[in-house]
Design a protein. Structure first.
Ligand SMILES: Cc1cc2nc3c(=O)[nH]c(=O)nc-3n(C[C@H](O)[C@H](O)[C@H](O)COP(=O)(O)O)c2cc1C
Length: 239
């Protein structure tokens, strides 16, 4: 009898430890709770002032930015280009996705006065609702910059777009091949961002050289999300 009680105690203890482990590791993205509600973004434009050829021709990496705020409209347009919805009924987005598994999540980290109308902090982009979910308060740019060894002007950019990948979404269908697919999709989102930034006369650079572990820790992201790109964006100093 005492053996059974000990066994039950052991099962309860293991269950408790497992629960603690998952609490520490973080929650799946679906469970992210915004700390200060949501910000509905302006409706993105589907026409612009320059041709796609012009945007491709002028695209380049820029890593120095003016001390000038971005607007919510800029942010809406950029996030839409990275992962926005173009056709809700057919589930089509601005970027292709292997088997329409959509493994990418997009965040934006804003600096103090970085974006008109937004407090500094970390926001999650909800493409289906075209809104931001405020998930962490504070100007974390210097901390994030240190994870990328000071590259790309992250510490001074008004905003930094962050692309993460949830491998399981694509791997559940494609196995190990899914890992490559997730990386390919981050590339598609990155190029869309370059072209959209160019069309808005903004500058940005894709930063792939950073410590995943440190970035994950600073941004307190769910454990099933891998940080793939840090993308500082702002008004270029030469414009
Ligand atoms: C996958 C990838 C990772 C990159 N990582 C970094 C990086 O860590 N730091 C950086 O300054 N630029 C980074 N870049 C930007 C490249 O340095 C830049 O694209 C290259 O110098 C060519 O310049 P251009 O984009 O102006 O044509 C990266 C670009 C790609 C595609």
């Amino acid at each position: 009898m005492s053996k059974i009680i000990k066994l039950l105690q052991l099962i309860v203890l293991i269950g408790f430890l497992v629960a603690i482990f998952f609490l520490i590791q973080g929650q799946p993205v679906e469970n992210i709770q915004p700390i200060k509600g949501v910000i509905v973004l302006p409706t993105p434009e589907t026409t612009g002032n320059i041709s796609v050829e012009d945007a491709i021709n002028k695209r380049k990496s820029i890593s120095t930015y003016q001390n000038k705020s971005l607007t919510l409209k800029d942010i809406s347009q950029l996030l839409w280009a990275a992962q926005g919805i173009t056709d809700k009924e057919k589930n089509i987005r601005t970027v292709p996705s292997a088997g329409a598994t959509y493994p990418l999540e997009i965040y934006i980290l804003t600096g103090t006065n970085g974006v008109n109308g937004l407090e500094s902090g970390l926001y999650h982009y909800n493409p289906l609702k075209n809104q931001l979910e405020y998930i962490m308060k504070g100007d974390l740019r210097v901390n994030l910059s240190s994870t990328a060894y000071g590259q790309g002007g992250i510490a001074n950019a008004p905003a930094i777009i962050i692309i993460t990948g949830v491998y399981s979404r694509t791997q559940n269908r494609y196995g190990d091949r899914g890992i490559q697919f997730v990386h390919m999709e981050a590339g598609h989102a990155g190029q869309n961002l370059y072209l959209q930034a160019q069309a808005l006369d903004l500058g940005m650079v894709l930063i792939g050289g950073f410590s995943n572990k440190d970035a994950q820790k600073i941004l307190k992201l769910p454990s099933d999300q891998e940080v793939l790109y840090l993308i500082p964006v702002g008004h270029p100093t030469n414009s």
